[in-house]
Design a protein around this ligand. Structure first.
Ligand code: XUL
Length: 550
């Protein structure tokens, strides 16, 4: 019998599935369900509910549940051998939270396959209660939820709560040291605090707070699932080193919070056998295991094969993102980068640079360069180090380093020189990554480049030269869902008494594009080893001008 494992990814806009065969090392099925298109009755746009306040971004946990039902139905229709799946894990958009009342645990344990999943969740015990208590327990539509909608990672309405929690924890550095990150508006702790402040009664009615990941795992396992160290680290509530709920952070966030949080768990923890609901309805194996779910970024770390320290992925997309693996926990004293638990048991970092492809595009267009191929030629027309010319491309407010007001800054750079300006923006982006990942104290020894701009080889040559590291291209579709499937396989192997090596688990699934390796040029690397100091000084000058001293 084939050894099949299922990885699901509940992302902002869709729910996806990847089924892998561990013996043949092949992805045998992929499927995606777009929320807006498949479930228009929830009224989301790009997976987000409309809201008058542009800072508020919420979604519907019932929609995510209905998507799960629908996706299994479609896989069954497609003839996927669901009965041969040995274990299931998943990935969720990070930070988003789901608020459950004291009816949830019982309702999850008794899911009725004769009814759609959402109907099971919509049912409340309201009619069981004496009339005088009904108002407190919510309406029928609330079902198992004490809050019908879920704040998600795009929400930025909690600046006040971030400041309050950060202050109680002793400032940026102390907050990052305690929880792995400074407080961020999208992180779950500040979101919980805002909920407690604005809707204290609903907060009091909340028996259990889940992340998107643990909520989906709870549906699959038919019981409240733990939160793994990867996604738990995105809450500003977990002690990043001890991997337990952080007492000070809980106290700074909301009263009685510990009682409302599930336990934390390592990423290969088995939640339980899959709920009989899915067995009866879709023919899953009653012995199939549900593994704890994790966040999409920790899952992608595995889906991109970053299974040991020194392996880094750089995604060149709308924003540029630097993912690294780290054995020992170190945190960023400026609070710009994040530290999460890696599903391997080590740590991972996520550093997000806002001015990525859009900034490259702005420069390309400003000099009338037709396409990325021509942009690549322009890069090669200027020398490494650009004769000392530097450009800080903060077309939009930047996350790393923190820049509140957009601005373009040139140092010893002729604005009229097209090639020099093209080279300068890419060099700046790469030097910024090198500089702002130094707190990890891990030099990359293998970089995997992904995202649209990774197709332009001269960009990758600059990456290799600045980082002094070989760069390979990687093109994994659905890296979070694939990572979840690989985590399911790993967890199942652990469960069956094997001691699986991650190298073996990911082998064949996460290989880079053949012959895509670009090696650093030692001469160019020497130039950047010196230029990085000038770059850092230019950054300081610009930041002091823009924001006052940091
Ligand atoms: C990470 C973050 C996003 C979401 C996207 O901190 O907010 O990457 O996880 O789903």
């Amino acid at each position: 019998m084939a050894k099949l494992f299922l990885g699901l990814d509940s992302s902002t806009q869709s729910l996806s599935a990847v089924v892998i065969d561990l013996d043949t090392r092949k992805v045998i099925h992929e499927k995606s369900l777009n929320f807006d298109q498949a479930l228009p009755q929830y009224g989301t746009r790009n997976g987000v509910l409309p809201n008058a306040d542009p800072l508020v971004k919420r979604s519907s946990p019932l929609m995510w549940a209905e998507a799960l039902d629908r996706l299994f139905a479609e896989m069954k229709k497609d003839g996927v051998a669901l009965g041969q799946i040995l274990a299931i894990s998943g990935s969720g958009q990070q930070h988003g939270s789901v608020y459950l009342n004291d009816h949830a645990a019982e309702a999850l344990a008794k899911l009725d396959p004769q009814k759609p999943l959402v109907e099971n969740l919509r049912l409340s015990r309201r009619s069981d209660l004496p009339r005088r208590n009904r108002a407190k327990t919510g309406t029928k539509a609330d079902g198992i939820f004490s809050r019908p909608t879920s704040p998600i990672w795009m929400d930025s309405s909690t600046a006040v709560e971030c400041a309050e929690i950060r202050k109680k924890l002793g400032g940026i550095k102390a907050t990052a040291e305690a929880t792995g990150s400074d407080t961020f508006e999208r992180f779950t702790g500040p979101q919980i605090r805002k909920f407690y402040k604005t809707e204290p009664e609903a907060y009091a009615r909340t028996a259990s707070i889940a992340l998107v990941s643990s909520f989906m795992a709870s549906l699959l396992a038919g019981k409240i699932a733990p939160i793994d160290y990867g996604d738990g680290a995105g809450m500003n509530l977990m002690d990043i080193r001890k991997k337990v709920w952080h007492t000070g952070a809980l106290a700074a966030t909301a009263p009685d919070l510990k009682l409302k949080l599930p336990p934390l768990a390592e990423s290969w923890k088995v939640v339980g056998a899959v709920s009989p609901y899915f067995v009866k309805k879709f023919g899953l194996n009653p012995e199939a295991q549900t593994l704890v779910w994790s966040g999409d970024n920790p899952c992608s770390v595995v889906g991109l094969g970053l299974i040991r320290e020194g392996m880094v992925a750089i995604s060149l997309g709308t924003s540029d993102t630097y993912f690294g693996s780290m054995k020992k926990c170190r945190t960023d004293e400026h609070g710009e980068g994040h530290v999460f638990g890696s599903p391997t048991g080590d740590y991972m970092t996520l550093i997000c640079f806002k001015n990525g492809s859009l900034a490259r595009e702005k420069i390309r267009d400003a000099y009338g360069i037709k396409d990325w191929e021509k942009f690549g030629e322009a890069l090669k027309a200027a020398p490494p180090g650009n004769n000392g010319g530097i450009l800080l491309p903060w077309f939009e407010a930047e996350i790393v380093p923190r820049v509140n007001r957009p601005g373009i800054h040139r140092f010893d750079l002729d604005e009229k020189d097209a090639a020099a300006n093209c080279r300068a923006i890419v060099e700046a982006q790469m030097m910024s990554m090198r500089l702002h990942s130094q707190w990890m104290k891990v030099s990359p020894d293998r970089i995997f480049a992904t995202g649209g701009a990774s197709q332009t080889s001269p960009i990758l040559q600059i990456m290799a030269d600045v980082m002094n590291c070989r760069v390979e291209r990687i093109e994994v579709s659905k890296s979070a869902a694939l990572g979840a499937a690989l985590r399911a396989a790993h967890g199942w192997l652990v469960q069956t008494g094997k001691k699986p090596k991650w190298e073996k688990v990911v082998a064949g699934f996460t290989d880079p594009v053949p012959n895509s390796e670009i090696r650093p040029n030692p001469k160019a690397t020497k130039v950047y080893d010196q230029l990085i100091e000038k770059y850092a000084a230019c950054e300081r000058t610009a930041l002091d001008q823009l924001c006052g001293k940091r």
